[in-house]
Design a protein around this ligand. Sequence first.
Ligand SMILES: [Zn+2]
Length: 67
Amino acid sequence: MPEIVADDTPCDLCGLPVKVAGFELKTAEGQKIFCCLGCKTLYTLIRGSGQNEEAGPSNISNNSDQK
Ligand SMILES: [Zn+2]
C-alpha cells in the first residue's frame, strides 16, 4: 500500500514536488521529505544530522612533531 504524500510537498533538498513517499528522514529539526534517494543521501551528507555519524576529518589538527 503506497503512502500518499500531501500534494506537491516540496523536496527539502531540491524543492521539486515529492511524488513518491518513502524518502523521509527524521532530523533534530523534524521530519524532512525528499523526492528521491539521491536527495536524501545528499542531505544527510550536507547536514550530517541524524544518525551517529559524527565521524569527520577533524583529526587533522594534530600538533605532532613533524620534521
Ligand atoms: Zn529532491
